[in-house]
Design a protein around this ligand. Sequence first.
Ligand SMILES: Cc1ncc(COP(=O)(O)O)c(C=O)c1O
Length: 376
Amino acid sequence: MQTSQNSPSWSGPLARKEVEEMQTYTAPLEGRRKLLRLDFNENTLGPSPLVQKALRNIPQNHISIYPEYTGLREAIANSLNKQKISIPLTTSQIEVFNGVDAAIHATFHAYGDRGDYLLTTTPTFGYYTPCAQMQGMKILSIPYVGEKFQFPLTEIQKTLIDKNPKLVLICNPNNPTGTQLDPEKILELAAIAPNTLFVIDELYEAFLGESVLSKINFNATTNLLVLRSLSKTAGLAGLRIGFAIGHHEVISRISRLKGPYDINSFAVTAAFAALKDQTYVDNYVQEILQAREWIKRKLLTNNVKHHIESGNYFLIWPNHKSEYIEFSLKKEGILVRNMKGKDLIDGSIRVSIGIQSQMKLFWNAFTKHDNNSFIP
Ligand SMILES: Cc1ncc(COP(=O)(O)O)c(C=O)c1O
């Protein structure tokens, strides 16, 4: 992650104290389009053909008219209700955002006050930290446990009781460790602290095949919000569309932090088309799960230190320095994410899982640069 720092010579108006103390959160996302992108857990094949068709057919006046959202939440609710859901969701339990990033931002803005605690795990998705910092929150990051990066349940339970955090952020399965936490355990945690809002970031739920939505009754568990996105499995990362699902009172509160037209017309059109083609997404997920098994076998049989669990990504500890492998793979046209400096996983790289032919390209390039004695 790159950062920008305050200029000491700045004599103009200062922002809020918290903002002055922050650095810009930017991910290294430039110049990636021609390469094999195994660095951001995106869909490596692209969205359903229905999405491309719908976008091509957008009439010209949709560009000059503000976006319209009629039917969008109904379409999302219908799509979710076809999955394993305990009680059918209604539209008042869903809000749509300009990507899950915007949902996370709105949630912190709505709930996080100066001095409040955010309780989360480490290592986890990076955007929770700046969102807490901009609110002036204090961050409690509990490390995953042991070589298998197990969820730190006991420590989280204890901290919930001791510190009474305002927000708990659980990424399930966790990016980047793939750690999963059972829906029952999540609900048990939420029951311990009814005044804490639990945000369950389910961006990679499709690759785990299990969601807290299959167990929750939002009328009974009012302090839990689930985040889902069309970025990864549906392949709409560039258009930015994600949603939050929760009790209608929680949804109403985070909705107040949205601008009236935060989601653009192209994203809306693409979302309708993507939601119509669940078969495309299901088939893509199946291909990734097969590729996950394939690469897992390769890693095991070749004794490569790795951790692979529930997401469309895995961690690998190369023999060489992680920056050397990152650089060498880039020269071969393959992008991966260096985990240098991250708690517990320093020295590793995170590799997104694409379809099997893409994993073969990765494996051949990796074995060529990391250890010539491997048999690809
Ligand atoms: C765990 C997690 N949450 C949220 C996001 C952001 O999702 P979106 O593209 O919907 O903003 C990402 C993106 O990488 C992620 O890994």
